[in-house]
Design a protein around this ligand. Structure first.
Ligand code: FAD
Length: 454
């Protein structure tokens, strides 16, 4: 059993609405409650877990542009295993240790069901499930005159209209597809699908597929469909160290530069002039931040996937601390970062942690944007933390009076990333960082939380 920490004495207890019961919303609720706040979590699905609730259903518009389509939250495919080792991936206060229960998946890179079970255990262990209003979609969040927040929601046919002191947005960012713009696509006769609507390889049997993208899901899905497709052609914006041409480990997979154009006769032409007659274009091109319920009179906007202005990716200065976001950064280890952001928000809301003055926060944001511009980093990479996540986490930890990220976690992440690049076909089954696992487990025992799954 876990040892629950006594609540931290809080200066002010707030009524807080948390939107979403995924990995971010669950830990936000836990931290808010530990700090003495009252919490309601709104979740449109019928269970906790967000992305990790596999749904075999797909959306009516496979490319995901029709605004009237019924939205399916999760983007998981059936074969998905984690792309991080479990020691790195879990929350700090509730490590993702292997269970010895027969129904569980004890692999170091487990299948998606194991992550859902872990998040469900977390919610049960800390009594978070009791805070969730399931099947309840938030349709409107807007500020009222005294600075509080009006939250409108719908559960079946029942509408609710309530006032909260603060809103924490945890609605995830892997639901609203972003697709590639392709010259000639209106006349191209094939089918287009976004990876959000990819579940199993069977529909691709015997097909010639052009898959756009190079991130983790592009790698997984290309391997998944290569088992049944006639040909898989991967188009990448940046080829890195790789050369275009046949991929050695597969009989039917080729690497190409980006698509230049597509044509009425079904051909797809790549930037190096090579061409293939294709049946399907599969966009593994990522997602857009999307907050259809949020109304801030322009105080927070989404511009080319920059959510801003936000102080350290969490607080919009003019609405701080009453509106906050958990989980915007990408190319990170999400769960431990969610945990730290949640601690920060909880402490600021209770008055235990102070934020700088608005002008100071704005100056910090402007300096950050200027730095990006000077380095030629596009706006849409604002929340990409590939090279700065641990520095950022340690900064947030310091605000909260918490120790920085563990050395083993940083090293394990670095080695796991290298291993993924070197062994894209097998990194989940062979690795070179066994020496770090006992160090992780030593810390888990020290946190007093090693045995929660056993
Ligand atoms: P979500 O899990 O998306 O949860 C958001 C919740 O908000 C959902 O339950 C949704 O129903 C709810 N919601 C949204 N809008 C509303 C509304 N208006 N009203 C009420 N409820 C609402 N991370 C890892 O650590 N390891 C991995 O191996 C890994 N693999 C991944 C593979 C894929 C294909 C994807 C898409 C992501 C992967 N991730 C991985 C990242 C993953 O998204 C995070 O681990 C984490 O699940 C994100 O949690 P979240 O709470 O931010 O968002």
């Amino acid at each position: 059993m876990n040892i629950e920490l006594p609540p931290i004495p809080s200066l002010f207890s707030r009524n807080v609405a948390v939107i979403g019961a995924g990995a971010a919303g669950l830990v936000a609720a836990r931290e808010l409650r530990l700090e003495g706040h009252k919490v309601v979590i709104f979740e449109r699905e019928i269970r906790v877990g967000g992305t990790w609730v596999y749904n075999p259903a797909t959306e009516s518009d496979p490319i995901g542009v029709d605004p009237s389509r019924a939205v399916v939250s999760s983007s998981l495919y059936k074969s998905l295993r984690t792309n991080l080792p479990r020691e790195v991936m879990g929350y700090r206060a509730y490590p993702f240790v292997a269970s010895n229960k027969p129904s569980r998946d004890s692999r170091r890179y487990p299948g998606h069901r194991e992550v859902l079970d872990y998040l469900t255990d977390f919610a049960t262990e800390f009594g978070i499930s009791d805070l969730v209003r399931f099947g309840t979609e938030v349709s409107y969040v807007g500020q009222v005159e005294d600075g509080k927040w009006n939250v409108k929601s719908r559960t079946g046919r029942e509408n609710m209209d309530e006032i909260y002191d603060a809103v924490v947005i945890c609605n995830g960012h892997y639901t609203e597809p972003r697709s590639a713009d392709i010259t000639g696509i209106e006349a191209w006769p094939g089918k287009q699908i976004h990876s959000h609507n990819y579940r199993v390889p069977e529909p691709y049997r015997g097909q010639v597929v052009v898959l756009i993208g190079s991130a983790a899901s592009a790698v997984d899905i290309s391997r998944d469909i290569a088992g049944v497709a006639k040909e898989v052609h991967i188009a990448c914006r940046s080829l890195g160290n790789e050369n275009p041409g046949k991929i050695a480990a597969h009989d039917n997979m080729w690497l190409h530069p980006m698509i230049k154009s597509v044509h009425e006769d079904g051909f797809v032409v790549f930037e190096d002039g090579t061409r293939v007659l294709a049946d399907i274009i599969l966009h593994c091109t990522g997602y857009k931040f999307h907050f259809p319920f949020l109304h801030t009179n322009g105080k927070v906007t989404v511009d080319d996937n920059r959510v801003g202005p936000l102080y350290k990716h969490v607080f919009p200065p003019s609405l701080a601390p009453w509106l906050s976001y958990v989980g915007l950064p990408w190319k990170v280890v999400p769960l431990p970062q969610f945990e730290l952001q949640s601690k920060w928000i909880s402490g600021v809301l209770s008055g235990r942690i102070l934020l700088p003055a608005n002008e100071e926060m704005m100056a910090d944001i402007e300096a950050f944007y200027r730095g990006m511009e000077e380095s030629g980093i596009p706006k849409r990479y604002t929340h990409n933390m590939a090279n700065s996540q641990f520095e950022y986490n340690d900064w947030v930890a310091k605000q909260c009076g918490c120790p920085p990220s563990e050395e083993w976690r940083k090293q394990m992440y670095a080695l796991a990333s290298k291993n993924k690049n070197n062994r894209p076909e097998s990194y989940r089954n062979e690795w070179d960082d066994d020496h770090l696992i006992p160090l992780a487990h030593e810390d888990f025992i020290m946190y007093g939380v090693f045995a929660h799954n056993s």
